[in-house]
Design a protein around this ligand. Structure first.
Ligand SMILES: Nc1nc2c(ncn2[C@@H]2O[C@H](COP(=O)(O)OP(=O)(O)OP(=O)(O)O)[C@@H](O)[C@H]2O)c(=O)[nH]1
Ligand SMILES: [Zn+2]
Length: 329
């Protein structure tokens, strides 16, 4: 959302426009378009932030069936004032740096992009009440690695249980973690969020709203602006919702309706790419080796046998691989 295009446009406003080449239907020129970022989507209406203004927009026809999702950097034309009742048109979607996808469930081959351009997936899990569900954590990690996003374990309700048991499961994978509790110090989490766009994912009751409200004191106000227009809120919508952290410290994306991931789109052979140290050991694997347990002559087994690989790490990697094809519940 830099001022790049805006400055360019000012130049054009100050001079008489020269139409040396006729504009054609095929190549529309959007010189008066403004930059925005999609903060939420509701029933075909997109809420954009354009500078500090909240602007409602729809997709312009040239975009066709191309999806527009939360996190997309877009250019919009038309009424981009953000005034009550105004509606802008999204004419361009910038190339996405990352895409977090899910399939509705594991048998559904249709994949949906949930959020684009996010750097980090924060898996919010209560240490108790509700009990942690390691299989769901594993599945979220697979989704993060597949999306090219950094995972972060955020273990809440540390007043209720000790984090060590859960942490020991993830240590050998090297997943970064923070521990929080209501009313406690959030500095470690803030540090992890700083300067990034982080998607928060967690089951009902884990304390995600408590966290969001502590991190973004103005969350309800940011949501309220959109509410007024769409008549819906963050908690009743299934769409992700992007919120600015105070002082430009980054962005968080709350995902109220998204609690699990169908992972049918994740190709098993790709997951190892997220673990370069293990990937290096698979050069001699047969074509099509998924590096899972029971693969004949997998390089990972040879590496464990020769002491070149940490058996715990290999086992944890294989647990994730298996989680990909386990049922979500
Ligand atoms: N003991 C304890 N309770 C907490 C903590 N954080 C949140 N809670 C409580 O857990 C319950 C659920 O918290 P929420 O923040 O609403 O959880 P959520 O994950 O947003 O759940 P949904 O709103 O259902 O999506 C509330 O009663 C909170 O007060 C904590 O650190 N310790
Ligand atoms: Zn292999």
């Amino acid at each position: 959302m830099s001022g790049r295009y805006t400055e360019h446009d000012h130049e054009h406003y100050e001079r008489p426009r020269r139409h040396t080449r006729p504009r054609t239907k095929e190549r529309p020129s959007y010189e008066d378009a403004v930059d925005g970022v999609v903060v939420t989507v509701d029933r075909g209406r997109y809420t954009l932030l354009v500078d500090d203004a909240t602007v409602m927009a729809m997709k312009a026809r040239p975009l066709g069936r191309k999806g527009v999702v939360v996190g997309d950097r877009v250019r919009a034309v038309g009424d981009t004032s953000g005034a009550d009742g105004s509606l802008a048109r999204i004419v361009e979607v910038a190339e996405r740096r990352t895409v977090l996808r899910r399939t509705a469930d594991d048998d559904d081959p249709v994949e949906r992009v949930i959020v684009s351009n996010a750097d980090q997936l924060v898996v919010v899990t209560a240490l108790a009440d509700p009990e942690p569900r390691p299989r769901l954590i594993d599945r979220a990690l697979v989704a993060a690695y597949d999306a090219g996003m950094q995972p972060l374990l955020c273990l809440t309700k540390s007043d209720l249980a000790d984090p060590e048991t859960l942490l020991s499961t993830y240590r050998s994978l090297g997943v970064p973690w923070v521990v929080t509790r209501k009313g406690g110090d959030l500095d470690a989490l803030r540090e992890r969020l700083h300067g990034r766009t982080s998607v928060l994912l967690g089951h009902s009751g884990v304390g995600k709203s408590t966290l969001v409200n502590a991190l973004v004191p103005a969350a309800d106000r940011q949501v309220g602006v959109v509410n007024a227009v769409t008549g819906r809120g963050r908690h009743t919508s299934t769409s992700a919702f992007m919120l600015a952290l105070p002082d430009g410290a980054g962005w968080i994306v709350d995902t109220p309706g998204i609690r699990s991931f169908g992972l049918a789109h994740v190709r098993p052979g790709q997951l190892i790419g997220a673990f370069p140290d293990l990937d290096e050991l698979t050069g001699e694997c047969s074509r099509g080796c998924t590096h899972g347990a029971g693969e004949p002559e997998c390089g990972l087994d040879l590496a464990v046998a020769s002491g070149a690989a940490d058996p715990d790490r290999v086992e944890s990697f294989r647990r994730l691989l298996a989680a990909r094809s386990e049922p979500a519940y």
